[in-house]
Design a protein around this ligand. Structure first.
Ligand SMILES: [Zn+2]
Length: 474
């Protein structure tokens, strides 16, 4: 926000002093409000009132209705107020291995280096360090909900550490636990998800079972099917299935359809190279889809083309996801821009030389995927993903008059095509301020840097001994 330093400091002091007060109200005024609620749309100038952990009201002039009484009033003019982004899949534990393989050859190279090489040497502490770093980075770039596909749950202590990292970061977390692909583990999964839920479950944290579509990479233990579906039902949790691509996964999806295992409580990630039949089954059942545009393209998963046209044709509006930072960027802006460009390229290319009209998606579509559809995909459609009164107060204030965004002509276009993490001024999660004035709060960056480097040094050293690095590419 464009405030004097002293005003900004005074507001932060008031926000912190009142953080635990019941009925605490925060009023954001004079912003362009991009609600992502289909019935509220975009308010060229408007106010958003937060009360405790929820959005109490959204309107053009809440001050005239008395909203500023007893509220901490924040002048957000020159800014866009929007819902926080929702990441539908990333492997947060790998984050201290950031960009160890920026030019990864293929999926085999990734699997060999990361899952076979480094994952087995991880201690619970390293799970904590990687996961916390991912969550803090997500918050810094405006992602307020992150589904952590935590596929290195070697022991209960590994899972506890990953969950604690989500809690300590203050993010809205979805911990989707999966046993590791390779190496020793305690066979505590998936039953241990019940214990995690009991011990750690709260307003900000939900749980899922994570699984693979087929046994191709890691054998039958991790393969989704009747056994894991029953376990999930018993625990009352949803399931996220990774590595969904190609003919074998398509076969599996049709089998799950026959077994009655498809539905909104199942999320299929990637979904590249699936057959039209598999897409029909997905669409018919309301199964949710988490696209991972940059990993599909860069790691070259099956057809390597994000399955956006296939999803839309099947009637599915997907969420977006980050996947792995070993080879990819960490933020939602990258995902939105990649998908927007790729789909429009496909549409125009398919129509080129014909009389057909290209069916191109819009910036509003990708912003919808990155927010409301992501929330729906994560089973949190009633909780977050839009600035809808009654939903949780997961709110961003984006500086729209910074050098890369001025002048503000179109708020949705600015969010999707212009903005990056530097413009994310303020982040609220459940009404609590996590980033303020462009800086993450409650994080000692020097200490974090040391902790991350020490964990990285240990993992790279121990992993090299275990044979990692062979598939890292040139
Ligand atoms: Zn993945």
């Amino acid at each position: 926000m464009y405030l004097d330093d002293s005003v900004r400091k005074g507001l932060l002091d008031r926000l912190r002093a009142s953080a635990g007060d019941r009925g605490r109200r925060v009023l954001l005024t004079g912003a362009t409000v991009v609600t992502m609620d289909p019935s509220l749309g975009v308010l060229p100038t408007g106010d958003v009132l937060l009360e405790d952990d929820v959005i109490a009201a959204v309107g053009e002039d809440l001050r005239s209705q008395g909203a500023e009484t007893d509220a901490v009033v924040i002048d957000a003019s020159g800014c866009i107020v929007a819902p926080g982004f929702v990441d539908t899949h990333r492997h947060a534990w790998e984050t201290q291995l950031r960009r160890v393989m920026p030019d990864v050859d293929d999926l085999g190279g990734y699997v060999t280096t990361t899952l076979l090489g480094y994952a087995p040497v991880y201690r619970p502490h390293d799970m904590y360090v990687g996961t916390r770093l991912a969550a803090l980075t997500a918050l810094d770039s405006g992602i307020t909900t992150m589904l952590d596909f935590s596929h290195n749950s070697r022991t209960a202590a590994h899972s506890d550490a990953a969950v604690r990292a989500l809690v300590d970061s203050g993010i809205r977390g979805v911990h989707a636990a999966m046993a590791p692909h390779f190496g020793d583990w305690d066979k505590q999964w998936p039953a241990d998800v019940g214990r995690l839920q009991k011990e750690h479950g709260n307003r900000l944290l939900t749980f899922r079972i994570a699984a693979l579509a087929t046994g191709e990479i890691a054998g039958p233990d991790l393969e989704y099917g009747p056994r894991l579906a029953a376990a999930a039902r018993e625990l009352g949790v949803a399931v996220s299935v990774d590595a969904v691509f190609g003919p074998a996964s398509s076969q599996a999806i049709l089998e799950w359809e026959r077994q009655g295992l498809l539905g909104p409580d199942l999320t299929l990630i990637h979904s590249t190279g699936l057959t039209p039949d598999a897409w029909r089954a997905i669409g018919d059942s309301g199964t949710t889809i988490a696209l991972a545009p940059t990993s599909d393209a860069q790691i070259g998963l099956e057809s390597a083309i994000p399955a956006i046209d296939e999803a839309l044709t099947a009637g599915v509006r997907p969420g977006l996801s980050i996947d792995v930072e070993v080879a990819l960027a960490s933020d939602m802006f990258t995902q939105m821009r990649a998908l927007h460009a790729i789909q429009r390229m496909r549409a125009v290319n398919a129509a080129y030389g014909t009389d057909a009209e290209p069916r191109r998606i819009s910036t509003s579509d990708v912003l919808d995927f990155a927010t409301l559809q992501g929330a729906r995909t994560n089973g949190l459609g009633e909780v977050t993903g839009s600035l809808t009164p009654g939903k949780q107060a997961d709110v961003l204030v984006i500086r729209a008059e910074d050098v890369n965004n001025m002048p503000l002509n179109d708020a949705v276009g600015t969010l999707v095509l212009g903005t990056d993490a530097r413009n994310v001024d303020t982040v609220f999660v459940a009404g609590q301020v996590r980033k303020w004035g462009g800086l993450l709060l409650d994080v000692d960056l020097a200490a974090l840097r040391e902790e991350v480097a020490a964990s990285r040094d240990y993992v790279l050293g121990a992993g090299a001994g275990a044979g990692a690095g062979a598939g890292a590419g040139a």
